[in-house]
Design a protein. Structure first.
Length: 334
């Protein structure tokens, strides 16, 4: 599963608690010792930065992997003052809080991928990607970033998402939102992911039909599945329920259409729709725990950044506090 561990930080005293919570998380998933140590370092520095320089924020961690190795993606999100020249903050010795000023520089040095979006009046998002060993140079294909967070007070997230990429020019992605929240909602969305993973070669219509049959013993879910064939320049899409999806390219956004109903319970009809896929495009899919009224042009330079930053910033500013929240951003690397 691609769930995000949410760690709020509002005071300097919480940095140690954040480190211990993440250490337990790393142990639960048997992360390699060196990777777990690097994650602990980055979490400590980012948590301290949130506590000292903002009014508080949140860390989101999720496991990432390739066929060869495992890694961790860490997002630090705040609605603090933001800065125009963030590179100055990365210089060792720079501090506005009377500290040694080495924290963010240490995070950058520890990270295999490090990106920032900071904007005055909106806040700062920092992405750190850490791997057990340095990753191979990125090739053409697709890569994703996401936030998948449960409703506060729940132990399970009722939303789930997944991707499959049988070859570099072709990828499938799905998002499921189980009815309600908590463990029973999570059971429904996990079943949708299970069928998605098993049915990777099925046409999308047949895949959703298979989900519907398998999910009859659950409370059901809204489900959307997309397949991109970049060689043909096409995106195929099937959606049932209130999953929002859109293709973003340059200054154009194309919203994809879903049908009413609940997979596993009842729907009147659904169909596979075909859209043009622009070279270098971005696909965004989100549950209704994230409001859809965001405008990317509000965020200077965000469109050119890592999809994890997109997901983090939009989660930060548009998630609903009374629901599970999921947003997945899939970009084509050309």
């Amino acid at each position: 599963m691609n769930h995000s561990l949410r760690v709020p930080v509002t005071a300097p005293s919480e940095a140690g608690g954040a480190r211990r919570r993440v250490a337990a998380w790393a142990k639960e998933y048997a992360l390699p010792a060196d990777l777990a140590g690097s994650v602990a370092l980055v979490v400590t520095e980012l948590a301290t930065n949130l506590a000292l320089h903002t009014s508080g924020g949140v860390l989101l961690l999720r496991r990432i992997s390739t066929a060869e190795q495992r890694g961790v993606e860490i997002l630090s999100l705040d609605k603090g003052p933001g800065v125009t020249n963030f590179s100055e903050c990365l210089r060792d010795g720079f501090s506005t809080a009377g500290t040694a000023g080495t924290g963010l520089g240490a995070v950058r040095r520890a990270s295999h991928v490090f990106e920032v979006h900071s904007q005055p009046g909106l806040g700062t998002a920092i992405l750190s990607e850490l791997w057990a060993k340095p990753p191979a140079r990125a090739k053409a294909g697709f890569y994703a970033g996401a936030a998948n967070v449960e409703l506060a007070g729940e132990e399970s997230c009722g939303d789930a998402w997944s991707t499959l990429s049988p070859r570099p020019d072709r990828v499938r992605m799905m998002v499921a939102d189980g009815l309600g929240h908590g463990e029973f909602a999570a059971m429904a969305s996990r079943k949708a992911v299970e069928i998605f993973q098993k049915g990777g070669s099925l046409p999308l219509f047949d895949l959703v039909e298979a989900m519907h049959a398998a999910m009859r013993s659950t409370r059901g879910a809204a489900v959307a599945v997309a397949e991109i064939d970049s060689q043909k320049g096409k995106l195929y899409y099937t959606g049932v329920g209130n999953i929002a999806a859109m293709i973003v390219h340059e200054d154009k956004t194309t919203r994809l259409m879903s049908h009413n109903g609940t997979v596993g319970v009842q729907y009147r009809k659904f169909q596979e729709l075909t859209y043009d896929w622009p070279s270098g495009g971005t696909l965004v899919m989100q549950s209704d725990g994230v409001k859809v009224d965001w405008q990317l042009n509000r965020y200077a330079g965000l469109a050119a950044r890592h999809p994890g930053l997109w997901a983090g910033v939009l989660y930060r500013d548009f998630h609903r506090p009374n629901d599970d929240a999921t947003i997945v951003v899939l970009r084509e690397r050309i």
